[in-house]
Design a binder for this molecule. Structure first.
Ligand code: ZN
Length: 171
């Protein structure tokens, strides 16, 4: 089922989302919610989606497989935490499904290490770099109530028709 996307100025986008425990993660409701996040992300041409963007203030996000190194499998991150492994940063354009038709350039760390659970509650620990790292930083920001427009420079709006024809990532 496709979930409705929450957009600004909905206040719940600005809330710190809560950690998910194993029992909650195992519940049929949350398992179905995670399953629904994936087609919701693709329906809107997103490459990442965080739970608060679809109405739940819990620390879960998904990353589209095209953003991952193997491009094989969509990634579910539960309670993700990252730290930079280098001071190196890069600046690139970002958009957000919750801030429609707005884009801007955001500085992100190029190399990070991520720990999280997957959808089964199994521990994940991996390095991410460049665009993959950017998507994870954007999604974890959502879990903390932070939006890319808080960090972006050169913010601009595009016509909704033009938006469909761009390669700019929305997360
Ligand atoms: Zn976003």
């Amino acid at each position: 089922m496709r979930l409705p996307i929450v957009t600004l100025p909905t206040p719940s986008l600005r809330v710190r989302s809560g950690e998910v425990d194993h029992a909650t993660l195992r519940s049929p409701e949350i398992q179905q919610f995670i399953k629904d996040m994936i087609p919701t992300m693709y329906d809107d041409d997103g490459i990442g989606l965080a739970a608060p963007q679809v109405g739940k203030n819990i620390r879960i996000c998904v990353v589209g497989k095209d953003a991952t190194p193997t491009k094989q499998k969509d990634l579910v991150l539960v309670n993700p935490v990252w730290e930079r492994t280098s001071r190196k940063t890069n600046i690139d354009a970002e958009g957000c499904l919750s801030v429609p038709n707005v884009f801007g350039k955001v500085k992100r760390y190029s190399y990070i290490h991520v720990t999280a659970w997957n959808e089964h509650g199994e521990e994940l620990s991996f390095d991410a770099n460049n665009f993959f790292a950017r998507v994870i930083q954007h999604e974890v920001d959502h879990l903390d109530g932070i939006l890319f427009i808080d960090k972006a420079r050169d913010i601009y709006e595009v016509d909704p028709e033009e938006r469909k024809n761009t390669e700019r990532p929305e997360l």
